[in-house]
Design a protein. Sequence first.
Length: 113
Amino acid sequence: MALVDDSTMQALNAQWRGKDRPTDVLAFAQREGEAQHDSTLLGDVVLSIPTAKRQAEKRGHSLDREITELLVHGILHLLGYDHERSPAEARRMYARTREVLASLGPLEPPCEY
């Protein structure tokens, strides 16, 4: 997992998805593309911390919770889930997201460091 700023995320989003704006999470599956070396690696998840912070504030929960939700979302993409394929696939992915998050237990209050 990589934690980046909005400008880095915008550059990645423009390069790999053709969308010249920051986004909250990107997933780069190891099994895609020409280089498929280690089958035990799923790939990389990249999170924009400033975007995650804005979303957490807007949703009224902690940054820890937002990062956890984004990480789960990214990992599900690495496992082949894709909410952009169809409405049915979106429902399937979001149902699985809820299952995974529920299995983690309560995400609030924020962690004490």
